[in-house]
Ligand binder design. Structure first.
Ligand code: FE
Length: 136
């Protein structure tokens, strides 16, 4: 697992390309989206912590993961409020809110308002390729 602090974080896209796989680079740095139902964590139910696949920051606890049926890993909350950042995203003719890693700025996915009501109603729709599960 990549573990970068502010000090040794890749600074350029060329540096990111060297430490990420092509699939990771396309999503994390290129804001791509993996095809639905193809990600390795879509149906994952093991307990653990999901880290940012780019920098290693702890992003989501498996306790907040649920099966939304949408084809990507879904969480109703981040591991802590300051672990992710939100950005208005009007690309592809849609109005969405992008979710990025607060530590390295890499693209993770989007957040929607159709999550489980008993947990606050949010759905973090996150690409598997943006995540690295550390199983407990
Ligand atoms: Fe990160």
């Amino acid at each position: 697992m990549n573990k970068f602090t502010k000090e040794n974080m890749p600074k350029t896209e060329e540096e990111w390309k060297k430490v990420l796989t092509p699939e990771q680079y396309e999503v994390l740095r290129g804001k791509g989206t993996e095809r639905a139902f193809t990600g390795i964590y879509d149906k994952e139910t093991s307990p653990g912590i999901y880290h940012c696949a780019a920098c290693g920051a702890e992003l989501f606890d498996s306790k907040a993961k649920y099966d939304s049926g949408c084809g990507w890993p879904a969480f109703f909350a981040a591991a802590a409020g300051d672990r992710v950042k939100f950005h208005d995203d009007t690309s592809h003719g849609m109005s969405r809110i992008e979710v990025t890693c607060a530590n390295c700025g890499s693209h993770l996915g989007h957040i929607f308002d159709d999550g489980p009501a008993e947990h606050g109603g949010k759905r973090f729709c996150i690409n598997s390729v943006s995540l690295d599960l550390e199983k407990k």
